[in-house]
Design a protein around this ligand. Structure first.
Ligand SMILES: [Zn+2]
Length: 170
């Protein structure tokens, strides 16, 4: 079961987007906690893959009025926004606020690793802006696209940076 879940999330924690094998062994995470709905314990749609930090922080949080974002159902960008390496609640989104705070989505180690990812892509975009060769530009643009894919770590902040930075390269 865990292997399947891991493949489904590309080995990323469904909440903080860290590649889980890099930091620990990962946990099958119950979206609605076992303590609240024990009968859903083995129900596949209620399971996802999370790092142990997010899993512990989420713990037994369950509030039907203000549920934490469900990575399978909700579109994160409707509730959260990226500002550089930070992931912040979108203004007025209670669910975004609960998710950001409860999971501590701006833990210092996450900020550090997101910064490294953004720096890496920034270097590529610098090259795009400076090259005069259309061929090189194409190659670099394809690389940037790769960096933005769902399976890449911290794709949420990387995509926001790329969207803002690419307009300088037109
Ligand atoms: Zn996590």
């Amino acid at each position: 079961m865990k292997t399947l879940l891991k493949a489904e999330t590309s080995d990323k924690c469904a909440y903080c987007e860290s590649k889980v094998s890099h930091i620990d062994y990962g946990d099958a995470e119950h979206i609605i906690p076992k303590s609240v709905r024990p009968e859903l314990r083995f129900y596949y749609d209620n399971l996802t893959y999370a790092c142990s930090v997010c899993n512990t922080k989420k713990s037994d949080y369950h509030d039907t009025e203000c549920p934490m974002l469900n990575p399978f159902v909700d579109e994160p960008s409707e509730h959260l926004m990226a500002a550089g390496p930070m992931v912040l609640r979108a203004p007025h989104s209670d669910r975004g606020l609960v998710t950001e705070r409860r999971l501590c989505l701006n833990r210092s180690e996450l900020i550090e690793r997101r910064k490294e990812r953004i720096e890496g892509v920034a270097a590529l975009i610098d090259q795009i802006a400076r090259t005069s060769s259309p061929t090189i530009r194409e190659v670099l643009r394809a690389e940037v696209e790769e960096e933005c894919k769902d399976e890449r770590e911290y794709a949420f902040v990387v995509r926001a940076y790329v969207a803002a930075a690419l307009r300088w390269t037109a």
